[in-house]
Design a protein around this ligand. Sequence first.
Ligand code: WT7
Length: 655
Amino acid sequence: MSNRIDNLLHEDRRFAPSDEFAANAVANAELYAEASDDRLGFWARQARELVTWEKPFTQTLDWSNPPFAKWFDDGTLNVAYNCLDRHVDAGNGDRVALHFEGEPGDSRSLTYAELTAEVKRAANVLTGLGIRAGDRVAIYLPMIPEAVIAMLAVARLGAVHSVVFGGFSADSLRSRIDDAAAKLVITADGGWRKGKVSPLKPAVDAALEARGDLGPQDTVTNVLVVKRGENTVDWNPERDRWWHDELAAASPDHTAEAFPAENPLFILYTSGTTGKPKGILHTSGGYLTQAAFTHKNVFDLHADSDVYWCTADIGWITGHTYVTYGPLANGATQVIYEGTPDSPHPGRWWEIIEKYKVSIFYTAPTAIRSFMKLGRKIPKQFDLSSLRLLGSVGEPINPEAWMWYRKVIGGKTAPIVDTWWQTETGAIMISALPGITETKPGSAQVPLPGIAIDVVDDDGNPVGEGNGGLLVVTEPWPSMLRGIWGDPERFQETYWEKFGDKYFAGDGARLDDDGDVWLLGRVDDVMNVSGHRLSTAEIESALVSHPFTAEAAVVGASDETTGQAVVAFVIIKESQLEESKAVEDIQAVLRTHVGEQIGPIARPRQIFVVNELPKTRSGKIMRRLLRDVAEGREIGDTTTLADTTVMQIITEKVG
Ligand code: WT7
C-alpha cells in the first residue's frame, strides 16, 4: 500500500469538463452551498422535488435514538408508484424504461406503460399468493426484466425483497431465506451465462429441501418460476407456479397503496468480518430520495434523451440503486444485459453501447482492467461516440485504468465519476459532480452535497489534508442502512462502537493537499474481489467445513485484474494426508467445495497446503504475514509470533 500512496502523491493530472458539458450539466455548484448552510433543508427539498408523496412529511430527520435514524418519518409514499405510474400519468408512458439484451442475442424493450402494467399484474399475483406488507420475498433471478418487475411488485405491496445473487450457491440461498424467514421465492428455470443455460431452479429446490430442523420449509409457501432458460426442471405442484401462467391470469389493474417512509423496502446480505453475512436493511422514503438525487446529479441524467447502462447485477446493491430504484424513479431509459461481457465475443459490451447508443455508462474497475488487457483494438471496432459520461464503482480505480477508460472508451471527453459507497450507505456518498468538479485520475474526490465525511485517526481525530486514516461518515444520511436484519446489536457494534457518534465505513482513506479523498481499500478482514465483497471468515468457515481441513486462513492478495484475489492457506488433517492424496486433488476438492458452499466468486485463486499457520501468542492468525507470502513480498515483522520459525517453513512450502 505504501507504494500506492507514494504514486498517488504525484498525481497532478486534472480534467475539466468541456464548456458544453458544463453549460448543460444537471448539477450546479450552489448545491454545495445550499447543503452546507442547511443540510436537512437541502434533503427535504430533494425529497419533495424528486419523490411523490401520498402524505407529505413534516419532519425531515429524527435522530433522537442514534444510530437508528428516521427520515421523513410521518410522510407516506409508494416506492413502485414513484418508479412507474407517475411517469405514465405525466405523459411519459411511451418512453422506454428497459432495453433488455439477452445473452443469446434476443432483445425486448418495455416502455414505462408496459413495465407498469407488468408490475401491476405481478403485484396481483403476489397478493394472490398471500404476500402482504412486511412479508419477505426472496428473489433469485438472472438479469432479465422480470428481476426488476419482481422487485417493484414486492415494493408495491409494501413487502420486503431480499435479492440473492444468481451466482450464489443453494447453501447461501438457504441461509438467506432462513434468516429473513421468506414466504415466497421468485426464481427462473435458468439464465444464459457464457454461452449456455445456467440452471437456477435446482438451487432453490435444494435450498428448500426438508432438513428435519427448523428451516425454510416452514416459511416458504410458494416458488414462482420465470421461464427463461427453457431447461428441464423438477416440479413440486403443491408449491411451484409458473410466472407466465400466473401473470396471464392476473388482473392488470392495481392501485398502489401508500406506506410510511420508514417501511422496510429490502434486505440485502453482504459479507462482514464474521462468517455470517449481514442482512442490511433499507427503508423507503430516504432511500428513494438519495437514490434519485445521486442518479440524477452524479450521472448528469437528462431523462428525455439519455440512454443509461449500469452493468451491475440486481444481486448487488449497485443493481438495486442504479438499475432498479434510481433510474426508474427518475424516468430514465436504460439497458439491462443478461450475460457476461465476453459472450459470444470479447466486444459484446461495446456492441451493446453501439446498438442502443448508450450515453451514460457505469461499471467496475475490474471490468475495465480486463478489457485493458485485451487491448484497445476490440472497443475500437465499435462506435462508442454516444458515450458522454462514464462511472466507476466497487473498488479503487488505479490511475492507469482511469486513463484508459477516459481515452479508449470515453473518447478523451467524457467525464469520469469515481463513486464511493457501500451496501450500507445505500447510495453514492463520495464522487465528483460532472460539469462542476475537475476530475483527478484515481481519486473519488469529494463528498456529495448533504453528505458529511471525514478521515480520522484511531481515536477519531481528523487527520487533516495530506494524511491518511479511516473513512467515517459524521452525520446521518437519507439512504443509510437502518440496521442489520434481526440483529440490532451487531449493527451498533460493527459501525458505531469504534467512534461512538460517527459511522465507521471499514475503509482506509487519505486526504490529499486539495482535500480530495483517495480510497485505500478495506482495513478489516473483508476482501474486495472484482468489486464484490467477500469475508475472510466466511471462506475460512467454508474451508473448515470440509472433512479434509483441520485449519484454514484466507487473505486477499492483490491481483492485477480482480483487485484482490482469494488466497487460502490450509492445514490438512493427518488422517487425510495418510491416505496419500495428491496435494493437487486436495486443492481441487477444496476449491469446488467453497464454490458449493458460497458461490463460484468465493473460490480461492490459490490454496496452499501448509503444516502451520502464523499465530500470535494469544492465538490470533497473523494474516498480514500470509498476505506477504501470497503477494511474493519479503515477510514483515514476525516478532509477535508464538513460533517465529513458522513463516520460514511456510515460505519454503509455498516457494
Ligand atoms: C466497499 C463496499 C457500492 C457498490 C459496490 C460495492 C469499496 C466501493 C469504491 C470506490 C474505492 C470502493 C469499499 C467499500 N468501494 N466503491 N469508488 N473506490 N473503493 O458495494 O459490496 O457494499 O462494498 O467497496 O471498500 O467499503 P459493497
